[in-house]
Design a protein around this ligand. Structure first.
Ligand SMILES: NC(=O)c1ccc[n+]([C@@H]2O[C@H](COP(=O)([O-])OP(=O)(O)OC[C@H]3O[C@@H](n4cnc5c(N)ncnc54)[C@H](OP(=O)(O)O)[C@@H]3O)[C@@H](O)[C@H]2O)c1
Length: 249
């Protein structure tokens, strides 16, 4: 198959590209750095020509609900319109486990993305995954200084590598509307992951856990991000991931 991966240079995107190539597919990367912009539409039709499926793992880092909605709705509209024009038969959107009751901040954008995909003209599968093992590190590097403030977050993290493999399997299958949620092997708490990562890397930095206000903070602390019911579970634990080549030092 020819699979186009929006955000194919990102944290999970590069694992999707590697998994697709490993399974013998042709992988095409859409990112601004490769000349395809899912917001302006520049280069998107060319990148999608001949593709059988698109996996959308593009991302904007923001806690503003307005900005998150604008990014994910626009990116989805751009991709679906180009897929329609170029005859792509399967749109796979990567979303996040357990966000239904957290229609706020960044998650408002992800829920808007899911609605746009479901209302769109292309057969689709929405595949939700839990936070990646890489997530604590993404927050640590976004914050400078001797302290790191981590929102109280109950989660069940999964390796981005396993999310990449899962998404390729989803793209290979028929459009299904929703895929089974993918979570990690253990329940964890974000501040504890950050402390373990800093200790592993030999970095002296104090982690403070803060309970964020409002619906977003309540959602993070509620445990809903761990998912419920039938879930697929990744095998790689956070501590195994810390020791692996996937953990950037
Ligand atoms: N991080 C997590 O723990 C987690 C958990 C579950 C699901 N997810 C979902 O996974 C997806 C990817 O997250 P991530 O953390 O891997 O993202 P990331 O590391 O921030 O990577 C973002 C990717 O999107 C591309 N991108 C950004 N703006 C673009 C644009 N206008 N046009 C084309 N490409 C653009 C970036 O490339 P350029 O900068 O070159 O454009 C990059 O390849 C998101 O939808 C997120 O909600 C994340």
């Amino acid at each position: 198959m020819r699979i186009a991966i929006a955000g194919g240079t990102g944290t999970v995107g590069r694992h999707i590209v590697a998994a697709a190539r490993e399974r013998g597919h042709e992988a095409v990367v859409l990112a601004r750095s490769t000349g395809a912009d899912v917001i302006t539409g520049a280069g998107v039709d060319d990148a999608l020509a001949g593709a059988d499926a698109v996996i959308d793992a593009s991302n904007a880092t923001t806690l503003s609900a307005t900005k998150a909605r604008a990014f994910f709705e626009t990116a989805t509209r751009t991709l679906l319109a180009a897929e329609r024009r170029t005859g792509v038969g399967h749109h796979v959107a990567l979303s996040i486990v357990g966000i239904d009751a957290i229609d706020a901040a960044y998650y408002a954008g992800k829920l808007a993305q899911e609605r746009a995909v479901a209302a769109g003209p292309v057969p689709y599968t929405i595949a939700r995954a839990a936070q990646f093992h890489e997530f604590a590190g993404q927050l640590l590097s976004a914050m400078g200084g001797p302290f790191a403030l981590m929102p109280k977050t109950l989660m069940r993290p999964v390796a981005a590598r396993e999310v990449g493999e899962h998404l390729v399997a989803v793209a290979e299958a028929q459009p299904a509307g929703r895929a089974t949620d993918l979570v990690g092997p253990h329940d964890e708490v974000l501040a504890d992951l950050a402390r373990r990562q800093l200790a592993h890397d030999g970095v002296r930095r104090r982690v403070l856990e803060v309970r964020l206000p409002g619906r977003y903070g309540a959602g993070l602390a509620s445990g809903s991000l761990r998912g419920t019911g039938t879930r697929l579970e990744g095998r790689i634990t956070f501590d195994e991931w810390l020791e692996s080549e996937d953990h950037p030092h």
